[in-house]
Design a protein around this ligand. Sequence first.
Ligand SMILES: NC(=O)c1ccc[n+]([C@@H]2O[C@H](COP(=O)([O-])OP(=O)(O)OC[C@H]3O[C@@H](n4cnc5c(N)ncnc54)[C@H](O)[C@@H]3O)[C@@H](O)[C@H]2O)c1
Length: 261
Amino acid sequence: MSRLDGKVAIITGAAQGIGLGIARVFAEAGATTILSDINAAQGEAAVRGMEPQGGSVLFVSADVTQENEVRALVGKAIDTFGRLDIVVNNAGICTVKSAEQSTVEEWDEVMAVNVRSIFLTTKFAVPPMRKNGGGSLLNVASVSSFVGQQNTPAYCASKGAVLMLTKSLALDYGPDNIRVNCICPGITDTPMLRSHVRHAPDPDAHLQQRLRRVPMGQMLYPDDMGRAAAFLCSDDAKGITGASLVVDGGYISCAEFFPAG
Ligand SMILES: NC(=O)c1ccc[n+]([C@@H]2O[C@H](COP(=O)([O-])OP(=O)(O)OC[C@H]3O[C@@H](n4cnc5c(N)ncnc54)[C@H](O)[C@@H]3O)[C@@H](O)[C@H]2O)c1
């Protein structure tokens, strides 16, 4: 696994799911790891549950849609550890509703949590990173950055935006040695996935049906995303910026897939 010794990292949406998986892997890889989330009780519990195996871990509550809270989150990292090397923009929400069923408020909330958040963390994290001589911003996009899913127009639009925002920021901050990349998870076992499939009449059958469309045929887990994230944020990836790493068991490589037999 790629090492992150000496690096200070903020991970948003880290109280559960993919964010918590990334935080676990980062701490094991030696990073000083700041877990952040809007859910303070669960975030504090997550930190208590993590064995300090490498770098130290800390929870800081923040709503990624709020400018003041994101500014304070970055400030806390600098005040406590004196530097900031990595921000993983993982916090995200998904509403399962057609456009005509959605309210303007629901549309705006998805865009604020999934996209505006990245603008805000970038705005406040880039100056201290530039001062350090570089850094790494990693956005959690999705297979929905490339292909549509039914009944999730706001989510798919937001994840398409994350992909293009990644490329645009990579151009702006390449000269500062700040790399900007994204990972694009496929079907990953998290509370978000479980609540998404609950909209189907038979959630388990629906999940199995979706997994049959995946060439590798397997569910992915938060730590799988953590290892991909650690690679992109480590010095092993020092030549990589503006990239999207699809971690989906082959899900979006095919229009159709027929398992053997
Ligand atoms: N699970 C999947 O199959 C899958 C697939 C592709 C992409 N993703 C993406 O991965 C990321 C994590 O998803 P997950 O499945 O772990 O979701 P999850 O719902 O299990 O966890 C998301 C976390 O984000 C936090 N959060 C929500 N709004 C916030 C806000 N305003 N400020 C701060 N924190 C906030 C939640 O409290 C929660 O702890 C998301 O960006 C999601 O779109 C997930």
